[in-house]
Write a protein that binds this ligand. Structure first.
Ligand SMILES: [Fe+2]
Ligand SMILES: [Fe+2]
Length: 474
């Protein structure tokens, strides 16, 4: 455990901030550990606290604040990386993680009493916090010289992924996506107030998606992956539209069909605007009564669309049929089932796909390879067999925008799917095999084989979960 601060100073009089950081971290770990095992007045616990306080005092005489930050799986102390297994600090780090804390700063002026209260909070079971953040508790305890919070700093590789995605999509498509989002938001507001919606903005977005898809479908697919984590209800509508247009385009649909399918799929959940917000964002399982309400949204959608001028019939069909399922096991139930419109079947695939890969109040997102597995498992039951196959060929197991880890130790982001092999996309490198960031543009096709031996040069080990990025207004 942490030694006596004086002996460290004597044995290492020139201890710099980095060295002091390491011993202070050990002392912090020891103080928490001992406070877990002994009451605060016990000599072992109080000695550990005094020791920590002295180290901090020395550190804070050299620097204004001493900051600990968890960056990915790495711990930084006072700006220097520390081995996470650093003796004794592990329980403290686990405690931070359990409380959702990514960074903590000890500021000059800190006294031993504040430190004692802080340690007492750190040993509380996070379950007891129940909705109260550590920051709030610290404020209540009058702890002013320690600040805890989430990291504003992004994981550099994740920041690069987002940059690559931006490079691949270009500002125009990104802007079009955001305009479409604004339209959906406005339309939802209008419907809430009993006003009618205008179809013009929706039509112009769909025209753009359709014409872009005919040139190159990857950019919009990448956008759907990037936005999957954001305000779900609205991005979901846009994503489903894009994913449906991509399907009909891949099957050789005419431009007119692309636009019709796009518009219809964009309206698929319009009936949900009548649902109370508490149900839409409910974190837990719905009660049977709530679920019955949700199941009305197809019929409600039909009513809304019937009242809206300029809505094509296909939109009404898709609003009604998009949850019926290929085997008619969904809702609303039809007494005399008849074949569903292809646009309803494609919208259903797009809908399920986007729902599964999105993080929501009640659900962690599925890794894309798992989403692909679920769809292929249910091909022929929930989903149309050929359409599911075509969808998986289009998206691959690792769709554009996915960050992947390779068996060479490298990391990259998918920029294209190889239609011949869903497991071997084209990627842009982010990290080399020694973990260093790849700054130059390096595109690798995973279908490429080694010159000698004829084996594939690289294989995907799996997708890497991307970090959710904070969004103003959620
Ligand atoms: Fe729906
Ligand atoms: Fe939906």
């Amino acid at each position: 455990m942490a030694g006596d601060p004086k002996s460290v100073a004597e044995s290492d009089p020139g201890a710099d901030v980095a060295g002091l950081s390491a011993v202070t971290l050990r002392a912090l770990g020891a103080a928490v550990l001992h406070r877990r095992m002994y009451p605060p007045e016990h000599p072992i616990a109080s000695r550990a606290l005094t020791s920590l306080s002295l180290y901090l005092e020395r550190l804070l005489s050299r620097v204004e604040e001493w900051r600990l930050a968890l960056v990915g799986s790495k711990l930084m102390a006072g700006g220097h990386p520390i081995d996470e297994g650093a003796e004794g600090s592990l329980p403290f780090l686990d405690g931070l993680k359990a409380r959702g804390i990514e960074t903590i700063a000890f500021k000059r002026g800190l006294d031993v009493e504040e430190l004692r209260r802080f340690i007492s909070l750190m040993i509380l079971d996070p379950k007891w916090f129940a909705g109260t953040s550590l920051q709030d508790l610290m404020a209540k305890e009058g702890i002013r010289s320690i600040e805890a919070g989430r990291l504003v700093l992004d994981d550099p590789v994740e920041a690069d992924r987002v940059k690559v995605v931006r490079d691949e999509t270009g500002p125009e498509l990104s802007e079009a996506y955001d305009n479409a989002l604004a339209f959906i938001e406005e339309a939802a507001g209008a419907l809430h107030e009993g006003r009618r919606i205008s179809m013009e903005d929706a039509e112009s977005f769909v025209r753009l998606v359709a014409s872009q898809m005919q040139q190159d479908r990857s950019p919009f697919l990448i956008l759907t992956a990037l936005k999957a984590h954001h305000a779900y209800t609205f991005t979901h509508i846009i994503n489903v539209c894009i994913l449906t247009v991509a399907q009909i385009e891949a099957l050789g649909g005419a431009p007119q069909a692309l636009r019709e399918f796009g518009l219809a799929s964009m309206m698929h959940d319009i009936g949900k605007t009548l649902l109370p917000g508490e149900i839409l964002s409910k974190p837990g399982k719905l009660t049977p009564e709530e679920f019955a309400l949700v199941q009305r949204h197809p019929q409600d959608g039909v009513h809304i669309l019937r009242e809206t001028p300029g809505v094509p019939d296909l939109a009404l069909i898709v609003a009604l049929e998009h949850h019926m399922r290929y085997n008619h096991g969904g809702y609303p139930h039809r007494r005399h089932p008849r074949p569903l419109h292809p646009c309803s079947l494609m919208t259903n695939l797009a809908d399920t796909y986007d729902a599964m890969r999105s993080r929501r109040a009640y659900q962690e997102e599925f890794p894309p390879e798992k989403v692909a597995a679920v769809i292929s498992e249910r091909a022929g039951t929930d989903y149309h067999p050929q359409l599911s196959l075509a969808f998986l060929q289009l998206m691959g197991a690792y769709p554009p925008g996915t960050r992947v880890r390779l068996d060479t130790g490298e990391e990259g982001v998918v920029v294209r799917v190889n239609p011949g092999n869903p497991y071997r996309p084209v990627i842009r490198m982010l990290r080399d095999s020694s973990g260093g960031l790849v700054r130059r543009l390096e595109i690798v096709d995973l279908m490429d084989k080694e010159k000698v031996g004829g084996h594939f040069a690289r294989n995907v080990l799996g997708s890497i979960k991307s970090q959710p990025r904070p969004q103003p207004g959620g």
